[in-house]
Design a protein around this ligand. Sequence first.
Ligand code: 4AD
Ligand code: MG
Length: 465
Amino acid sequence: QYAAVKEVLAGRYAIGDTVTVRGWVRTRRDSKAGISFVNVHDGSCFDAVQAVAANDLANYSSEIQKLTTGCSVAVTGQVAESAGQGQDFELQATAIEVLGWVEDPDTYPMAPKRHSMEYLREYAHLRPRTNVAGAVTRVRHSLAQAVHRFFHEKGYFWISTPIITTSDAEGAGELFRVSTLDMMNLPRTDKGDIDYTQDFFGKEAFLTVSGQLNVEAFASSLSKVYTFGPTFRAENSNTSRHLAEFWMIEPELAFADLEDIASLAEDMLKYVFKAVLEERPDDMAFFAQRIDKEAITRLQHVVDNDFVHMDYTDAVEILQNCGKTFNYPVSWGVDLQSEHERYLAEEHVGAPVILKNYPRDIKAFYMRQNEDGKTVAAMDVLAPGIGEIIGGSAREERLDVLDDRLAEMNLPAEEYTWYRDLRRYGTVPHAGFGLGFERLVAYVTGMQNIRDVIPYPRSPKNADF
Ligand code: 4AD
Ligand code: MG
């Protein structure tokens, strides 16, 4: 009977039941009385289960006493009440089979001590074995599941938008180009002969920066839709909140305005925070203890309180009069920097804040112009510790206004033909937003660097593995 560590620790088995757990050794401790305590984790939950092995086991001195962190084992034993603190159950081992040794324990990169996050990034393939990566991975999973559940329950359809595309959805020019390579006829080592300038079957194509434009087409028919997938930005930023490859959740809602999606964003964040607090208490307790002592209280506060809304124009005034010196001075019309966003969320409000109605000149071409002619119906959700986690807007559904905007921004209308069609045939007011999934995971866990909340970070300095 194979059991997950989680099931044993949760009391799914009766005392005296014989079960086998399979996993990796976290620690081993030997007592003088000829008993070894081997802690085994399998990722199913934060904790490892303690296996108690006595020296009457056949391989006690030949193998069990040689187990080190990272060895893989199958432990068969009887479920017993645990005398130790922290856990109710342990296994009285009747057999420990070693599945895989750690070749050279002294050089095993994941020795049981505290490693820096930078160090762990160099071992992206072994990093999953650590407590912190395990906890991040489970929380990330729960958040993704909760996002899908939230939209499903509200009647949204999940649309898979393309990764290879010819449109620049943000019009910001931060694109990775895709080429077709005929690698088949080339030895892998002879890369000198590859023609890297070739396009995507004769056409210029890119990795998508956002699924928004594509999902707008589906909102113009299925009314309530969202996309959740990888997106790519060729911005050369080495910051703790930028990745070249990140996942984005983008709902798009027909017959909706800015206020509708502002409340959608609030409802969604509350829903997923509540879900993770309920589903991952152990992992969240770890984050609160080791990474950020407010990890849990912060989420609970968001769940329990209404979001503060603020106009960009008022935010500028607050920033100008707050008496703080910023690296970048603030005046009406500037794009807010992370230091400004963080001041507003962290110090001024003390919780996430929804900033609305930004100057049109700093925002994307598709955002709906307000009556004042100066601002657009845009919103960003700014979070303490991170800054922007969500960016969204009402969309410009009026073809003439959209065309003027494209021309003003020197974006060729031909490249947006199909997008313009949506305004030519049965256009409706609609709105949506994009939530950066890694920024969400960073906010929830309190992890300082976005590279540590994605399994394999891609940034100018991280592209191995
Ligand atoms: O503000 P952005 O660029 O908006 C869009 O892409 C819209 N098309 C979304 C929409 O309305 N459907 O990006 C949205 C979010 C940001 O708020 C941020 O959380 C995240 O995506 N993001 C990044 N996350 C990690 N690394 C990067 N380089 C990011 N760029 C944006
Ligand atoms: Mg943005």
